[in-house]
Design a protein around this ligand. Structure first.
Ligand code: HEC
Length: 178
């Protein structure tokens, strides 16, 4: 290849890469619309180890593929993740919120037997104990895409497995008469 051709090729590759980058940053799909009715009894979701998942776009297989991957990965758009009934992470389209890897955080009130959204957002959602969701979840090693579990690099929470199962089983939205 001539030197000139090499430069031309390099330039067009760089251009394509830059365009792809721009597309990623600016061409985020519209956010998935979420309201209180989006959320349901936690134990009716799909269990993975000690937590529960779903996919609002219907692609539960893609969500489970990452959830069960031993090497982690980027969770697909539409993924819903819950450990306890009141705290939810939902994956919005790529580019929605680079600081949170496009996760939207929710704090719910489920005490009435229905879901009510107390707070939602990206960088400044706090749980009922005053803890900022992102501050803790951002500590997960990058390959886990902000999913903490245990051993992913987050500071542990002071709840035993038995306590977590008890909280999940006690979700007041579950087993309600029609
Ligand atoms: C004090 C740090 C801390 C705060 C604050 C916090 N989390 Fe977590 N969260 C954790 C840890 C650690 C786990 C994993 C616990 C386990 O599996 O034992 C976890 C688990 C979860 C899970 C299950 C998936 C996973 O990452 O393991 C979801 C979903 C979740 N939290 C959402 C939230 C939301 C939403 C908020 C804010 C409303 C929040 N969390 C606030 C530390 C925190």
């Amino acid at each position: 290849m001539t030197r000139l051709k090499k430069i031309a090729l390099a330039t067009s590759l760089a251009g394509a890469a830059a365009l792809a980058g721009v597309a990623q940053i600016y061409a985020a799909d519209a956010p998935i619309e979420i309201d209180a009715d989006t959320f349901e009894c936690i134990t009716e979701m799909t269990p993975v180890r000690g937590f529960y998942v779903d996919n609002l776009l219907g692609d539960i297989a893609a969500t489970l593929a990452v959830a069960n991957s031993e090497t982690g990965g980027t969770w697909p758009t539409g993924s819903v993740v819950q450990l306890v009934p009141t705290e939810v992470m939902v994956k919005q389209p790529a580019g929605t919120s680079p600081q949170t890897n496009d996760w939207e955080f929710f704090e719910l009130d489920v005490s009435s037997g229905e879901s009510e959204i107390v707070t939602r957002g990206f960088t400044d959602v706090v749980n009922r104990f005053g803890g900022n969701c992102l501050d803790c979840h951002v500590k997960a090693e990058p390959q886990w895409d902000m999913i903490c579990e245990t051993g992913h690099g987050c500071d542990p929470i002071p709840l035993s497995r038995e306590m977590i199962v008890g909280i999940q089983q006690g979700d007041p939205r579950c087993n309600r008469p029609e």
